[in-house]
Design a protein around this ligand. Structure first.
Ligand SMILES: Cc1ncc(COP(=O)(O)O)c(C=O)c1O
Length: 433
């Protein structure tokens, strides 16, 4: 297929990224180390970031909305975090021992997260989810976990249940312990609990893919009620939303307290870190010897100091308010752009997690859930890809989902809106919208 004008420009602006991709393919399957970084014809390779901006190997500057896959609500190279990590580096980064740092880090988690009576650190969100599921099973001796279709909980065998592709290597026996339901139907959840040996229900707190397919808050409360009624563990996955949808995550925002929650991303202040937090009696499955938990880098000093610095800023500053306000401005701005260029579409999302639907106009409620029949059709996969490349060409990463940081300024938003408008027009000029 001949290259489009947008693709031509993408090649023109990113020659060094193209070169690096050739080398990366020799080292990594698909040339990347995270599925989400994969992009045709090649991904842009970044060199450094500061605040709300980042730069690629070709010297192009971007307004950053991927925000370290959601971990960087304070912006790139936040001075307090840089200093905390630099100071700690010189004192030894792993003393193969317990430390006061992990205690302080956990104190902050307990201070901020409503369900957190006790905490246990892991190195990632995937591990936190694995641990929460194991804990629930160890706690009540049951085997099945209910999850929801398309909800992402990391890449463990169990968390992949319900996926349509990439299921090689996962034993059927593992998948048989998972029950995958459509979100929103509490009757189906209760029926599944009544018919099976259910240990836990797990859900992405604002809906699949960081709220891209939003759920209504009532559904969380319904899960809370039904799991309480049947004595099933309720695990709220707050890997993205913890310290983001509010200081205390979605559980604080919507006033629904789970038995366990999983945390990562912002928790580690930009360094690797995850945790399970929740009811002491359930975390004490470890204390009672019902399950074991090891892990070389759990609670490691470098992640701990970065995490402490980040959580202190979240606890004591206006990080959430700033990120949410920037999200609101961007959402309103994008909705104006759609109107101005007369292309159907809308922006929606909760707080600092903004999503877009291009090609369809719809009535949405305050959570972004479509009411009634939408008009128009979503743009094609090809058009969507062209739009993403165009946004890179116009200096914004990422074009369709915006994870806001406290450091996004009015100038960033103005630049983003210009890029959004230009990109929509460029895709339309190619006859693809
Ligand atoms: C809701 C949710 N749970 C779990 C994970 C897995 O976390 P990690 O990538 O740290 O393993 C992610 C990652 O994006 C996530 O979005």
């Amino acid at each position: 297929m001949a290259r489009t004008a947008i693709e031509d420009r993408y090649y023109e602006l990113h020659p060094k990224s193209a070169e690096l991709y050739e080398r990366a393919k020799l080292n990594f399957p698909k040339g990347v180390t995270h599925e989400a970084r994969n992009m045709a014809p090649f991904p842009v390779h970044m060199t450094h970031g500061l605040g709300s901006r980042k730069w690629d190997v070709d010297g192009n500057e971007y307004v950053e909305y991927n925000t370290g896959h959601g971990s960087m609500i304070l912006g790139q190279a936040n001075p307090s975090i840089v200093k905390a990590v630099q100071d700690r580096m010189a004192l030894g980064t792993h003393l193969s021992a317990s430390s006061d740092l992990e205690i302080r880090w956990a104190d902050l988690v307990k201070q901020l997260i409503p369900c957190a009576e006790k905490v246990r650190f892991t190195s990632s969100g995937t591990e936190a989810v694995m641990m929460a599921m194991r804990m629930a099973r160890a706690y009540n001796g049951r085997s099945k976990i209910i999850k929801f279709f398309d909800h992402f909980h990391g890449w463990s065998d169990y968390a992949n249940a319900g996926n349509l592709t990439g299921m090689g290597g996962i034993p059927g026996e593992v998948l048989d312990t998972m029950i995958v339901l459509q979100p929103g139907d509490i009757g189906a959840v209760e029926a599944a609990i009544e018919a099976n040996d259910v240990a836990a229900v797990i859900i992405e707190s604002t809906g699949a893919h960081m709220g891209g397919t939003p759920i209504h808050p009532d559904f969380l409360q319904e899960i809370r009620d039904v799991t309480t009624k049947h004595d099933v563990v309720f695990i709220l996955d707050e890997v993205v939303t913890g310290f983001r949808s509010s200081r205390g995550g979605t559980q604080e925002l919507w006033g629904v307290t789970p038995d366990l929650c999983t945390l990562a991303k912002i928790l580690g202040g930009g360094l690797p870190g995850g945790a399970v937090a929740g009811k002491a009696d359930i975390l004490n499955t470890i204390e009672r010897g019902q399950m074991l938990h090891q892990g070389t880098f759990n609670g490691n000093p470098l992640s701990a100091v970065a995490g402490i610095a980040a959580l202190e800023m979240v606890a004591n500053g206006d990080v959430n308010e700033k990120a949410d306000a920037a999200g609101q401005k961007l959402k309103e701005g994008i909705n104006e752009v759609f109107g101005r260029v007369e292309i159907p579409g809308h922006a929606y999302g909760i707080g600092s997690m903004i999503h877009t639907r291009i090609g369809i106009d719809a009535e949405i409620d305050e959570w972004g859930i479509i009411q009634g029949a939408p008009s128009g059709t979503p743009i094609s996969k090809d058009a969507d890809h062209e739009f993403k490349m165009a946004m890179f060409n116009n200096g914004v990463d990422n074009g369709r989902r915006f994870l806001m940081m406290a450091v996004h300024s009015d100038e960033d938003i103005a630049k983003t809106l210009e890029a959004f408008e230009a990109s929509l027009k460029q895709v339309r000029e190619q006859g693809m919208i």
